[in-house]
Design a protein around this ligand. Structure first.
Ligand code: BGC
Length: 749
């Protein structure tokens, strides 16, 4: 081992030593792999092992003797989380960590605009850089399988193509700040119930076609520097040290050269952690302790027990060396990157970015013409609903944010319409507490209901702003929703309001679909999301027409829960079946990790979301890709460059789209491919392209889609290969997954 003492190093740097005299690992002109090998060659086994696990709740140590810095991490993904205590989950109560809350990732996906992802990554990256983070723990690309999953709001919807196209610019722009993305949770973490120990069985087809593609794009096209393992099991092995997912697929098939970080408390076995592709272990509760202390970090699976296995020769030294190589590469890309910018926080530019993304994300689900609001017509506008004022950055789990500023929908509506806006909460949900829902006394519920319905009598327009929130069992980590209806008595409240005054515009906020038993009784519905700092302004601007809505649903709203593919087959498919009613780890206090040994089979297979509804002919309440505008778009006759292609060739389909209304607007033109005949069953159609165009009234854009063999492929699990079978296909061009405006037949030879 080459030795360089810390004092010698400091002397060399202090004396302004020429680059040539610096050890190779400090010389940024040298290739990164040479620097990695040089640093590795100087480290003791003890130093190497220490790098493979946490030293605090959100950091891992570097090598102080060599001047190699710590790695600092933060949640993610919608803004940079407030500082957490060194040894427990409490907030550190700093006064300089208030940030911009950006729209949640469902909202980003609903923009269907990769430019918005680039803006998002750049801006959140600047905040993470300013806060001196090396890893931002996000974005999340787990597929939306069931509307009950408490964490869907953190992900990018039900379609692997959409999620994949949207995640890449986020990762690239974030990392330009010298901050690594940690794309999570790899993989099959599609529900929160039993997330710590549920064992998922899924076919290879569904794994490769549905659950992996967005991760693959984040790694290969986005160049993600870290991946976070998932809590659950796959094939009987925890995902944070799952040999198939991490060794075979991530590193073997995709050539990932970054770091795999556990989810907090996601490691369970030293030998597997040593050999199965994991690099950094975080958040483990050692010895059943509810909080950490300095000495327990070394007891982690990748701490002393790992060192022992190496010293005894049971695990080769190469196992730790490979991890340290990945960690050093990460440090050179982030903490020791001399070219990284300084960043900035809660700036007007970041607020503007959050507002632009929010504006493009809101989805107009239904409109009989009441929207945009003609405010002059109304003397008394009553806003009802807790989400008109609630701080929705609170709760939800690890994505909770401490904001510097927050514009609520009520603030923004009052700013637009002044004193004619009145407010009644209507219902109350209690504080946002992790994994817990506080019971609300009946007299409180009744009095809020009565207040709202009484005020409704004097109103000539009601804007209802409710939905879900970040309480336990709502849109929140560690728990799933208990049912598909809106919580806290909202359906009865909405119906009672409509009985008094049918002019009720619904403007709900959530990260999930929900039942709408009152849908036929209301003139308009907009779907908004957890939009963060500027969310209220985006909502008010869409209601007033200052912004023409252009969001499209990134997931289906089924009419009933049973219509969703994951729920159709019953408990075995969701939430899974308890096979052994013994607590797995009675000493592990981490919420969500307790419980029985559940197993689950994804019987919906490749038919997730609209693939299920389409193929099984089960109409949705609102289909994937749906979203209206205040203007109208006419799709013209498409042209195609050729009627067939082969091999590496392609064809281009062009469709003219015209704004036929009187307001400037944006339309997301969607391309789905349908395979007429195939040797393996396929969904009726699959999204393979989309383009968001902005059009002035009367203007036309020619939207072009290029179709290649890759767009026709399915995963043949027996051959373990992607296959494009020769035959007839259709290109379906539409305004949603069910509103198809043009069909172009073509063949692949
Ligand atoms: C979550 C991760 C998060 C981590 C650190 C875990 O409970 O699943 O998404 O990044 O905590 O807060």
């Amino acid at each position: 081992m080459k030795k360089l003492t810390a004092s010698a190093l400091m002397l060399a740097i202090a004396a302004g030593a020429a680059a040539a005299e610096l050890p190779a690992y400090l010389d940024k002109t040298k290739p990164i792999e040479e620097r990695v090998e040089d640093a590795l060659s100087r480290m003791t086994l003890d130093e190497k092992v220490k790098m493979c696990h946490a030293q605090s709740k959100f950091s891992s140590p570097g090598v102080p003797r060599l001047g190699i810095p710590e790695i600092w991490m933060s949640d993610g993904p919608h803004g940079v989380r407030a500082e957490i205590n060194w040894n427990d989950w409490g907030y550190a109560k700093w006064t300089n960590d208030s940030i911009t809350a950006f729209p949640a990732l469902t909202a980003l996906a609903a923009t269907w605009n990769p430019e918005m992802s680039a803006i998002y990554g750049k801006n959140v990256g600047e905040e993470a850089r300013y806060r001196e983070k090396d890893i931002l723990l996000g974005p999340g690309v787990n597929i939306y399988r069931t509307p009950l999953n408490g964490r869907n709001f953190e992900y990018m919807g039900e379609d692997p193509y959409l999620a994949g196209e949207m995640v890449v610019p986020y990762v690239k722009e974030l990392q330009k700040n010298g901050v690594a993305a940690s794309v999570k949770h790899f993989a099959l973490n599609n529900q929160e119930k039993w997330r710590g120990n549920i064992d998922v069985t899924v076919s290879d087809r569904a794994l490769y076609e549905i659950y992996l593609p967005a991760f693959k794009k984040a790694v290969i096209d986005g160049g993600a520097w870290t991946i976070m393992g998932a809590y659950n099991k796959y094939n009987g092995q925890h995902c944070c040290h799952n040999s198939r997912l991490l060794n075979d697929i991530l590193r073997g098939e995709w050539g990932f050269d970054g770091c795999v970080v556990t989810d907090w408390g996601g490691a369970h076995d030293t030998r597997e952690a040593a050999l199965n592709g994991l690099d950094i272990e975080m958040g483990t509760f050692t010895n059943g302790l509810t909080s950490e202390s300095a000495n327990t970090y070394d007891e982690y699976y990748l701490g002393k027990p790992f060192q022992k296995l190496i010293e005894s020769g049971e695990v080769p030294v190469e196992a730790v060396d490979n991890k340290v190589r990945n960690i050093l590469r990460l440090i050179f890309r982030t903490a020791m990157n001399p070219d990284k910018p300084f960043g900035s926080i809660a700036s007007p530019e970041h607020y503007a970015a959050a507002k632009t993304i929010g504006d493009e994300s809101i989805v107009l689900l239904k409109n009989n013409g009441i929207l945009p609001l003609q405010a002059d017509k109304y003397k008394n506008i009553l806003v009802v609903g807790e989400n008109a004022t609630r701080m929705l950055n609170q709760g939800g789990g690890s994505s909770e944010l401490k904001v510097k500023d927050m514009v609520s929908p009520l603030d923004a509506l009052k700013a637009l319409y002044g004193d004619k806006v009145k407010f009644a909460t209507g219902y109350v949900s209690g504080p946002a507490i992790y994994s817990f829902q506080m019971p609300i006394p009946k007299n409180v519920t009744d009095s809020l209901f009565n207040e709202a319905t009484t005020m409704a009598r004097d109103a000539d327009l009601i804007i209802y702003i409710g939905g879900l929130n970040k309480n336990g069992f709502q849109d929140s980590e560690a728990t799933d929703r208990k049912d598909y209806n809106l919580p806290f008595g909202q359906d009865s409240l909405i119906n009672a309001l409509i009985d008094i005054n049918p002019n009720v515009v619904i403007a709900n906020i959530s990260g999930n679909a929900y039942a709408m038993p009152w849908l036929d009784r209301v003139p308009a519905v907009i779907q908004s999301w957890y939009l963060g700092t500027m969310g209220g302004a985006s909502m008010a601007d869409v209601l007033s027409g200052k912004v023409n809505p252009s969001g499209k649903l990134p997931f289906t709203f089924p009419k009933r829960l049973a219509d969703n593919g994951a729920h159709y087959a019953g408990e075995n498919s969701y939430p899974g079946i308890e096979t052994d009613p013994q607590p797995v780890d009675p000493n592990n206090p981490f919420a969500g990790h307790m419980g029985v040994k559940p197993e689950q089979e994804y019987t919906d297979d490749i038919l997730v979301g609209y693939r299920w509804h389409d193929t099984k002919k089960i109409p949705a309440m609102f289909p994937f890709g749906h979203g209206l505008s205040y203007t109208t778009f006419k799709y013209g006759k498409p042209t195609v460059s050729a009627k067939e292609f082969a091999g590496d060739g392609s064809i281009t389909v062009t469709v003219p789209v015209t704004n036929t209304g009187s307001m400037e607007g944006k339309e997301v033109v969607q391309l789905y491919i349908s395979d007429e005949k195939s040797s393996l069953p396929r969904p009726l159609k699959e999204l393979k392209g989309f383009s968001k165009v902005s059009l002035a009234p009367g203007a036309t854009a020619n939207v072009e889609f290029t179709i290649k063999a890759d767009d026709l492929k399915f995963f043949d699990d027996k051959a373990h290969a992607w296959v494009a079978e020769p035959g007839k296909f259709k290109a379906l061009i539409g305004s949603s997954s069910t509103d198809i405006r043009a069909t172009v037949p073509f063949s692949f030879r």
